[in-house]
Design a protein around this ligand. Sequence first.
Ligand SMILES: Cc1ncc(COP(=O)(O)O)c(C=O)c1O
Length: 443
Amino acid sequence: MSKRLVYLDNAATTPVRPEVLEAMLPYLGKEAFGNPSSGHRFGRAARAGIEEAKRTIAETLGAEPNQVIFTSGGTEADNLAIIGAALASRDRGGPFRVAVSAIEHKAVLAAAHAVGHLGGEELILPVNASGVVDERALEQALAGGVAVVSVMWVNNEVGVIQPVARIADRCRAAEVSFHTDAVQAFGKVPVSLQDVRCTLLTISGHKIGAPKGIGALIVRDRAAVEAIIHGGGQQFGIRPGTENVPGIVALGKAVELAAAERAEAERRLRALRDDLELRVLQAVPDAVINAWQAERAPHVSNVSIPGRLAGRAGAACVERVDPGDGQRGVADAFRPGGRRLLVGLGVQHRLDRALPRAHGDERAAGARDRRAALLVREGQYCGGRGRRDRRASQDRRKGSFPGGGVAPVTQVNCGLRIANCGLMAASSNPQSEIHDPQLGGAL
Ligand SMILES: Cc1ncc(COP(=O)(O)O)c(C=O)c1O
């Protein structure tokens, strides 16, 4: 029986790439297992792996090797950036206040909140109807005095690209540190610190084919952050602790591959996404492609389909599809992030579920058709059972993003985030096949 599973969750995580696994394996073995702070050959071998990864990452991002600070992932890097910058500013007698956009990942929002708990202050910068940060609010925050501004490069829910170059320049002119979370941007859009003059930048390994638990904060100005964990003096004391050498080597390799393949990936993902969105709109006239008019990264699509039974529709985006016998098995849990984001964007109708993302490395046209068919089927189901508000749905079409002055609608709306718009179909792309023992087949 051929089993195929639609994996639309690659913006949440990706499988480890074989090349990355190969690169990291020696650092788990007997030759290079040493503590990188040790002077003997095993330690030196481990240190050499770290240094090479630093060089690769720095070169790719347009930074210096000693500006690469490894962390346990994007969440820690974001926390180090926000809390670390607030503490550094307070210690200098500067403002103990941070400004973050309303649509940041929880890692940034919660870190800003933690600054409040430490006695500081958090400012939330609103976004406009297209999901782009309100630059007037930014100006006000800068005028009031802040330690750091944080605006993500690409949003993980709807894929909107923020004007980070302009924001970085504004912050620099105001002598305020600027942090950008580039976790969803790197590998999907050009990311260079030569173009964006930020002080701090976050990347995460598991979004680009490295294992979970490794990331980095690029720190262009060491005085801009203070450590938030304390220990030995590793990594200039900014992030002490014995380095995760295999993870670091893996991140270096994944960064190298993602950078080399980015242009082609961008083109392919954009075509897949546009095609999928077109098919969804053709089949479900009420569907709304959220933020479609904004500049978006190619790997994220966020679709709202008016109707009830949103949970069913959301679940459908990550399920087993077996064209042979039609069996399906739901394989993913929902995350609340989509709802938070769309509320942040000003969407007034209720969102029952926001589907975690998607995406893979699928190139087959057949897979694209199955993916669209899947959404279409669920969309019709939703629409058929839900109460509709024609006027509101017409308004949504006219008003581009639904936050743009649309009257509240009565129906439950389901936000389907199908980021990365890809499939993994065992037959056409064996390299990206994942085996899930619980499902007993290719994931
Ligand atoms: C935009 C963004 N920032 C930060 C993170 C957190 O990264 P990590 O899972 O490596 O902690 C994620 C993960 O979903 C993300 O999408």
